[in-house]
Design a protein around this ligand. Structure first.
Ligand code: ARG
Length: 464
């Protein structure tokens, strides 16, 4: 018999049973449902709706239900009784079969609408912390690699054309900044996740003296929602988490893309280990960067999950509508995808080697020091626009000769611009060019060391 079957005279159509059930996916909220229910039961006891014996029965019963279900889920799918609709009804019916009529009291002063809302928020609290931990681990590795490779210089690009020489550490620390912002976004989202909807009832509040502040504190929330109608119809936190995840995947996909490009024979800047690459079934020489490609590819589904929940929520009248049951699968998929991608990315970097010589070779071809020649001329008193033009002409001539700027003799250079002196050769060496960037946040050693120090201080907050 269904929990709500009182006013019905016909059975639900078999097809409807299948269509309506969320149990095949919301079983993933088992832990949260048990935690939420235990908190609610404690509150019912506090306000005199349950006796302390009844509370003990319910708490013990819930623990047993959880244990049984976890075991059953390991061996078969028999537990997945679609007639029970969802995890909330499955737990309640299991509880009642186990402890008898006392189990039926648990749903006093509660609706599935505030129940599912609280379960999902409990799930998001854990998920946010898990993703933050993985981001911290990746950022710790980026710091470590940055410290190891402070002396490695490679081309920095714009438009994927060689632009200016930079330190490898500078490049790695750029990603550190992105992941740091992702952590901040997750932490900010937690402020809104940690507002408890429990006790809002179906939509209007409940006609019992529920102590919502008690359950909120017990379950680890910081605040209690102010409006029941909003609390049961709000899925902003699911949207926000999906949005934060989409941005995070965008960062990971940029990193993955660069690993793919850098590992080509054309670039040859890095070698991703055999552990994170695969071969071809026909071309024996192939070593493909599948892990990085999958991270890039999985970004699509995470974006999709964001668009999907935004579309589900669009124009929904207040308060709960069954449409909202569609909030879960995408969210679960996003969490699984994020955790996997972050783990793989971190491990893949650990197994990647850098080819410093290839990087330096690339720095020497492509006039990456042209800006510095222009700056040199500007410092000799030529207005920057003019210096830029003269340098452009020198680059044009070098290109025709198949030479670099530093290959030209001083008399050749002087013929093109009399202000050039012999100190030019020193000034346009890669290391000099890098060290000339004296601005805060630049690629020079001093700035990099500062940014690594700043990064370490940030990570220290997360030391456990
Ligand atoms: N399975 C439902 C969901 O995931 C639980 C809430 C059901 N509420 C209702 N009024 N039918 O959204």
């Amino acid at each position: 018999m269904k929990a709500w079957s009182g006013r019905f005279s016909e059975d639900t159509d078999e097809l409807m049973v299948q269509f309506n059930a969320s149990l095949p996916f919301d079983y993933q909220l088992l832990k949260e449902d048990i935690t939420g229910s235990k908190g609610h039961a404690k509150m019912l006891e506090k306000i005199g709706i349950l006796s302390s014996e009844e509370l003990t029965l319910i708490e013990k019963g819930l623990e047993e239900v959880e244990k049984d279900l976890i075991e059953e889920m390991k061996v078969s799918s028999d537990w997945c009784d679609l007639e029970k609709e969802d995890i909330h009804m499955l737990v309640e019916s299991r509880l009642t079969s186990l402890i008898g009529d006392v189990g039926k009291k648990l749903h006093t002063a509660r609706s599935r609408n505030d129940q599912v809302a609280v379960d999902l928020k409990l799930y998001l609290i854990d998920a946010s912390h898990e993703v933050i931990d993985l981001l911290v681990a990746l950022n710790a590795l980026l710091i470590e690699l940055s410290e190891m490779h402070k002396d490695v210089i490679l081309p920095g690009y714009t438009h994927l054309q060689r632009a200016q020489p930079i330190r490898l550490s500078f490049y790695l620390m750029a990603y550190f900044q992105m992941f740091k912002r992702d952590i901040e976004r997750l932490e900010d989202g937690l402020k809104r996740i940690k507002i408890s909807p429990l006790g809002s009832g179906a939509l209007a509040g409940v006609s019992y003296e529920s102590d919502r502040f008690f359950t909120a504190k017990l379950l680890g929330f910081d605040e209690v929602s102010d409006n029941a109608l909003d609390a049961v119809s709000d899925r902003d936190h699911v949207i926000e988490f999906n949005a934060t995840s989409a941005i995070l995947m965008m960062h990971l996909s940029r990193m993955a893309e660069e690993m793919i490009i850098w590992s080509t024979s054309e670039f040859g800047f890095i070698k991703i280990s055999d552990k994170f690459t695969t071969g071809s079934s026909i071309m024996p020489q192939k070593k493909n960067p599948d892990a990085a490609e999958l991270i890039r590819g999985k970004t699509g589904r995470v974006y999709g999950n964001l668009v999907s929940i935004l579309t589900v929520m669009k124009a929904l009248p207040l308060a709960y509508n069954k449409d909202m049951q569609e909030d879960k699968e995408g969210l679960f998929d996003t969490v699984t995808t994020l955790k996997m991608c972050l783990n793989v990315m971190t491990k893949m970097w650990l197994e990647t080697t850098f080819d410093k010589d290839r990087m330096l070779l690339a720095v020497k071809k492509g006039f990456l020091n042209a800006t510095d020649l222009a700056d040199y001329l500007t410092k000799k008193g030529i207005p920057f626009r003019e210096s830029h033009h003269i340098t452009g002409q020198i680059v044009g001539i070098c290109e025709k000769m198949g030479a670099s700027i530093e290959d030209l003799s001083l008399s050749q250079l002087k013929a093109l611009c009399p202000q050039i002196e012999s100190d030019i050769y020193e000034k346009i060496k890669p290391i000099e060019v890098v060290e000339a960037k004296v601005s805060y946040g630049s690629t020079a050693m001093k700035a990099i060391e500062q940014s690594i120090e700043n990064g370490k201080a940030i990570l220290n907050k997360y030391k456990k």
